[in-house]
Every structure is written in C-alpha cells, then in structure tokens.
Design a protein around this ligand. Structure first.
Ligand SMILES: [Zn+2]
Ligand SMILES: [Zn+2]
Length: 119
C-alpha cells in the first residue's frame, strides 16, 4: 500500500492536516516549482518544504469579513471550504507540519497515511 502515486509528473499524497490530497510537481518540464523526490512511493521524501495557501491566505484575496469562501463555509456548515495555510516537510514517509500551518496538526510530525484508503 503506497503513500504516494505519480500522475503526469505530479506526486499525490494525502495530507492528514488538510484531509485532502496535495500534488507536488516533480518534473521541471511542467514548470516551476519542481520538488526533489526520492522516488520511493512507500517512504517519500521531498525537498524543499511544501507550502500551500488557500482562500484568503492567498495574497491579494479578499479578507474576512469579505472572504466569500469563509462566508460560504459558515452558511453551508461545510468544513472543506476552510481557508488556511499548510506548511510541511515530507521526509521518509512522515509529514512534519511547521508552526505556521493553520490546521490542528501544526507543529506535529505524523506518518503519511496510505493514499488510496485515506481519500
Ligand atoms: Zn495539507
Ligand atoms: Zn476565508
């Protein structure tokens, strides 16, 4: 059971902090940035760190109370629209979240889950 899989030059992992997949480009032909990858789908390592910003954490987006994603999430009571920051190091099959992540796993290091069963 693999923790990652490669589709079209991107490695997909399931992030236990965001509870969804992240895709890391490993082919410079796809454009920058391209991560260094150890090629091991069971114990993946990437360099450098992964930083994902979503919703109003993306620079230039409307901030609360004018963030439509936050407002929609509040109106529909859905958690998957939450704006946030996910900053991590993925090494040897583990994902270590840095303190500037906005989800509950900030500052923690946990094993990456099996990709297919986590989705
Ligand atoms: Zn994440
Ligand atoms: Zn927002």
């Amino acid at each position: 059971m693999a923790k990652a899989k490669i589709i079209d030059g991107h490695v997909f992992i399931h992030c236990p902090g965001c509870k969804r997949r992240h895709a890391l480009n490993i082919d410079p032909a796809n454009g920058r940035p391209a991560w260094g990858f150890n090629g091991n789908l069971d114990r993946p390592t990437f360099e450098p760190s992964l930083l994902e910003r979503s919703g109003h954490y993306v620079s230039g987006q409307p901030q609360p109370p004018d963030c439509w994603l936050c407002n929609r999430a509040a109106a529909e009571d859905k958690k998957n629209y939450v704006c946030g920051v996910c900053h991590s190091f993925i090494r040897d099959g583990n994902i270590e979240f840095l303190g500037d992540s906005t989800h509950e796993l900030a500052g923690k290091k946990v094993p990456l889950p099996d990709l297919e069963s986590a989705d």
